[in-house]
Write a protein that binds this ligand. Structure first.
Ligand SMILES: [Zn+2]
Length: 140
């Protein structure tokens, strides 16, 4: 598929100019020009995306101990991830946003006993880890 066809397909699928530009590796002005040519309206997306929530839950499976297993894609370093309109995000980040309704600060990792657990209640960002360390010490 050439870039132009890919852009048209993504435009029709309802993606934003910048998201398409990033995916197809063109300037967003190029996407905007094609959008105008096709007579498609500009999409104004809210600053915070919630559209990946459903996709997240569809790729999870509850396991023993109240943890959540990721059945979706793993990147080359073994981190669970999901392709969204914002690009590739780790499942941890999406879980974090679902739980806290805000973007995490620094890397998000599971803070529970299960490797690669993506349970929204079990993931922690940098400030949360530092807080626990301050309370429970480095070993926590
Ligand atoms: Zn867990």
């Amino acid at each position: 598929m050439n870039a132009r066809a890919a852009i048209e397909e993504l435009l029709h699928a309802g993606h934003g100019n910048k998201a398409i530009a990033k995916r197809v590796h063109v300037r967003h002005q190029t996407v905007a020009a094609i959008r105008a040519e096709l007579g498609l309206p500009n999409i104004v997306r809210p600053a915070k995306t919630t559209c990946s929530d459903d996709a997240f839950w569809q790729r999870t499976q509850p396991v023993d101990g109240g943890h959540l297993n990721w059945t979706g894609h793993y990147n080359s370093t073994g981190v669970p991830c999901l392709r969204t309109t914002d690009g590739m995000l780790t499942a941890y980040r999406i879980a974090f946003r679902i739980r806290w309704q805000r973007d995490p600060v620094g890397p998000v990792k599971p803070g529970c006993s299960m490797d690669r657990c993506v349970h929204p209640d079990h993931v922690e960002d940098q400030p949360m880890r530092q807080q626990y360390e301050a309370i429970f010490g480095e070993a926590a």
